[in-house]
Design a protein around this ligand. Structure first.
Ligand code: NZQ
Ligand code: ZN
Length: 386
């Protein structure tokens, strides 16, 4: 196991009715900017719950943060924060609203020329305006981690940033919010969380037995509850297991002391930036082929995954590893997700080479756990996924 330092300061309030406790988590006399997305919270009662919990605070609102939070829209919110002297940010939404709020938290205190530098300067962000979240969509883990991904339509870029100053002060996780989530987003949430675990697990053996079993148990739980959540989002037990699995998949715990891959995400963000494909679906398009392409360096973990998550006990190590990849694709298909790029766009013939050029330009010469996946390899994986 590798050395590690681990600290996660985010307080979690989990369960039915926890939105009521919002007021006790926000410093008295705060001037709050409440941030939300395209309006789902108006239809499912979450807006009302939040507003009534905050009745003793001064609350301004900023709605309209789109899926894949857009830089130019966030700049409008930044102006309100500065003009109105906002002292606390409250994200009410999924990963996009939370990531947008993290950007605003950092941008408010940023002293460089333009806040876009937060996305390009690769410096860990150590301080930001304090913020909390009310999670409405289990998927990204953003509610308990310090990362954020921001999109800029003007340049077709989607880049990430983060740092120890970007953890939410608190996050409210009420599984009842799942009732109103459309099937497409439920499937996305399951696939995204599952891939988060794979990115931190499907590398090479390093003797971290507990982290491996944490990871496997999250994947097993997601496999078990996925059909229940999809067929009945008001099943509270399934919803609560789904929600907590998504948070645990990317709150830092399972990545301590182990190598991480994250190449699927790096390539996937390009597909979203170029075609607007939902984040989770870009991962589904690439995951199986990423493992096929990097089979030799990942086969031990693939075989262990096949055995422990999918109960594949017959065959050689290689046969089990291949079966694990097939099971993964089948699982994603069972969620109703298409697994080829050509299912999403007809304009794909140059995608691989375009992504390779972008990676080269950014100096991303070696991705993955061995830092050896070159832009030309990314090109081939993407081409396998057409
Ligand atoms: O905008 P509204 O109207 O609220 O509707 C949203 C949105 O259209 C809807 N929704 C959310 N909660 C709902 C609901 N609809 C009904 N009932 C509810 N309770 O769902 C749609 C998608 O929301 P979004 O926040 O975009 O989804 P998700 O949580 O999947 O977030 C995706 C974003 O997070 C980034 C992705 O790249 C993408 O930009 N990620 C962030 C990560 C992180 N910070 O750690 C890691 C991930 O790998 C990922 O990259
Ligand atoms: Zn993801």
């Amino acid at each position: 196991m590798n050395n590690f330092k681990y600290r996660n300061p985010t307080k979690i309030l989990f369960g039915k009715g926890q939105i009521e406790n919002l007021a006790t988590e926000i410093p008295k006399n705060s001037k709050i900017l409440m941030l939300y997305g395209g309006g789902s919270i108006m239809k499912n009662g979450i807006y009302e719950q939040v507003k009534s919990a905050l009745s003793n605070f001064e609350v301004l609102e900023f709605g309209g943060i789109p899926a894949n939070p857009e830089y130019s829209i966030l700049l409008d919110a930044l102006k309100i924060i500065q003009d109105e002297n906002i002292s606390f940010l409250l994200a009410v939404g999924g990963g996009s609203v939370i990531d947008g709020t993290k950007f605003l938290s950092a941008a408010t205190l940023y002293e460089g020329e333009t806040p876009w530098e937060l996305l390009t300067n690769k410096k860990p962000v150590t301080e930001g305006l304090p913020f909390g979240t009310v999670l409405t969509l289990p998927a990204t883990g953003s509610e308990m981690n310090s990362g954020s991904v921001i999109t800029r339509a003007e340049t077709q870029e989607k880049l990430s940033f983060g740092g120890p100053g970007m953890f939410p002060v608190f996050s409210i996780l009420d599984p009842e919010v799942i009732k109103s989530i459309p099937q497409r987003q439920l499937a996305n949430g399951i696939a995204d969380a599952f891939t988060h675990v794979m990115e931190q697990y499907m590398t090479y053996p390093i003797g971290a037995k507990l982290q491996d079993r944490f990871a496997e148990s999250i994947m097993q739980t997601l496999v078990e509850v996925a059909p229940q959540v999809m067929s009945d989002p008001s099943n509270y037990e399934a919803a609560s297991n789904f929600m907590w699995s998504c948070t645990m998949a990317l709150n830092g715990l399972i990545q301590q002391g182990v190598p991480g891959d994250w190449a699927i995400h790096s390539m996937g963000h390009e597909l979203t930036a170029m075609y607007g494909i939902d984040h989770a679906r870009t991962l589904v398009i690439l995951a199986g082929n990423h493992y096929r392409y990097n089979f030799e360096t990942k086969k031990e973990k693939l075989a262990q995954y096949a055995e422990r998550v999918w109960n594949i006990t017959e065959g050689t190590l290689e046969e089990k590893a291949h079966a694990g990849i097939e099971k993964t694709d089948e699982f994603f298909k069972s969620l109703g997700i298409d697994i080829k790029l050509s299912d999403y766009t007809k304009d794909y013939s140059e995608t691989g080479s375009t992504v390779a050029k972008r990676f080269t330009k950014r100096g991303w010469e070696g991705l993955g756990e061995h830092k050896s996946l070159k832009p030309s390899d990314a090109q081939k994986i993407i081409e396998m996924s057409y």
